[in-house]
Design a protein around this ligand. Structure first.
Ligand code: BGC
Length: 445
């Protein structure tokens, strides 16, 4: 209908006709019937966590070691985190009570195989209990097999730089799926394996023009090795980019076969960090960035059952990545508040891979929960536009369920729908959690 024509119409309220743009009319009167706001049937609505960021005391992991080095890059150690290791039952109950129907979490390789070749049945049983808790509460579990952290022994033998790493990872995935597979609904081998290349494109404020986050992490590697007196030590983010990527790509393929051999109908994929890249100026290296960072992984994902999209912001790319526009609102992470990135990256990932999309992370670091509410509403409005255009999107999983350990930034950034008092471990539900839970319950915006 022509826009002007709509304005000429009226709505009967009592015995009066009000113009359709009259503010006294509840907006839903004016817009499409509610069905048009509905998401597809069985749409997954959830929140995500990652083991190291919430469980606490992940002492056999490489990250625990890095957090406790005399000269550590970490603002503070993870410590007890949110003690989700013990409190998972109440956290899962809370997620269900809020109205969600899905929970994305990671299982921790460093717990399951704390020493090479020793697989802990007790730890596998722990994750079995978590999965059972999800099913009891009607939550679909999406499981990540590796969310950044690695067993120490694996790091000491070179992590992803080691030629044995694909087989070692596939073997762990096999063991975990043998034990847990019947209860897992979606499996992701890796969380954001494209991050090391993405960090090459992120400039650090106040450093020389060519310096990137990747460069400073690489410099840190030498120092880490020296402090540990361990010439081979490596970790996900400090590994040699090319070697680690080759091995992680092989690891994904091998792990997928291993997982499928234990449970053939389990949908398997990986999740990618995708920024909403926007070309700026005539000589933009935008296409080069996309080919370098996402290209190889998107190609691999064409053979998967789904692609997990994780996005937080946009980047404007000229000959290098530009800083956010001057008047832009910044999040606690220093990047631009830009919820529209979700619509753009979901379209991009779907076009590039042709497989169904699950939004496995999207969120904002802020102390001001009202900003989170707005972020979610705008992001979901864009996501709905994708779906209306026929993009196959299966779910929206918000990052994060809890305020948690944000890696080198410690506990400062607040990404949670739920606040955590780390002295008492008391949880406090924020308005954004209620709002998103209501959307989940009604499956509609
Ligand atoms: C990671 C999370 C992290 C979040 C917020 C993603 O890159 O998967 O572990 O906490 O972004 O920065």
């Amino acid at each position: 209908m022509h826009k002007g024509a709509k304005l000429a119409l009226g709505v009967a309220v009592g015995n009066r006709m009000l113009a359709t743009n009259d503010p006294r009319i509840f907006p839903s009167y004016l817009e499409q019937p509610t069905a048009a706001k509905a998401f597809p049937a069985k749409f997954l609505w959830g929140a995500a966590t990652a083991a190291h960021q919430v469980e606490g005391n992940n002492i056999n992991s490489d990250n625990w070691l890095l957090e406790h080095l005399p000269k550590s890059m970490y603002k503070e150690p993870s410590g007890d985190a949110c003690d989700h290791y013990h409190l998972y039952e109440q956290d899962i109950q809370m997620l269900a009570d809020l109205g969600f129907n899905a929970y994305r979490f990671s299982i921790e390789w460093a717990r399951i195989e704390p020493e090479k070749d020793f697989f802990s049945r007790a730890e596998l049983d722990h994750y079995r209990r978590m999965l059972e808790a999800c099913h009891r509460r009607g939550l679909t579990p999406l499981v990540t097999y590796s969310h950044f952290t690695l067993p120490r022994w694996f790091a000491f033998q070179g992590a992803w730089e080691n030629a044995d790493s694909p087989d070692l990872f596939a073997r762990y995935c096999q063991r975990a799926t043998d034990h847990l597979g019947d209860l897992i609904s979606y499996g992701a081998t890796f969380n954001e394996p494209d991050l090391p290349y993405l960090f090459r494109w992120i400039a650090l404020p106040g450093t020389p023009p060519d310096s990137s986050l990747a460069t400073s992490l690489a410099a840190n590697k030498a120092e880490v090795r020296q402090q540990l007196n361990a010439p081979l030590f490596s970790a996900f983010l400090i590994g040699d980019g090319q070697k680690s990527r080759d091995n992680m790509m092989a690891a994904h393929t091998k792990a997928k076969s291993a997982i499928k051999s234990a449970k053939s109908n389990l949908p398997v994929g990986l999740t990618l960090a995708i920024e909403d890249d926007q070309p700026a100026g005539a000589n933009s290296r935008f296409a080069e960035k996309q080919a370098e960072v996402y290209g190889p992984w998107l190609n691999l994902a064409k053979h998967d059952d789904f692609i997990g999209v994780q996005t937080y912001t946009r980047q404007r790319i000229a000959s290098k990545t530009l800083p956010p526009p001057e008047n832009a609102e910044l999040t606690q992470m220093g990047y631009e508040f830009y919820p529209e990135s979700l619509e753009h990256t979901v379209r991009y990932a779907s076009q590039q891979t042709g497989v169904p999309v699950v939004v496995t992370e999207n969120g904002v670091g802020t102390e001001n929960d009202a900003r989170r509410v707005e972020y979610i509403q705008r992001a979901l409005t864009g996501l709905k536009r994708c779906i209306d255009d026929g993009v196959d999107v299966r779910g929206y999983i918000h990052w994060s369920l809890l305020d948690n350990f944000e890696w080198i930034y410690g506990y400062v950034p607040k990404f949670g729908l739920v606040a955590v008092d780390r002295q008492t471990q008391k949880r406090t539900v924020k308005p954004s959690a209620e709002m998103l839970g209501k959307i989940a319950k009604t499956n509609s915006l």
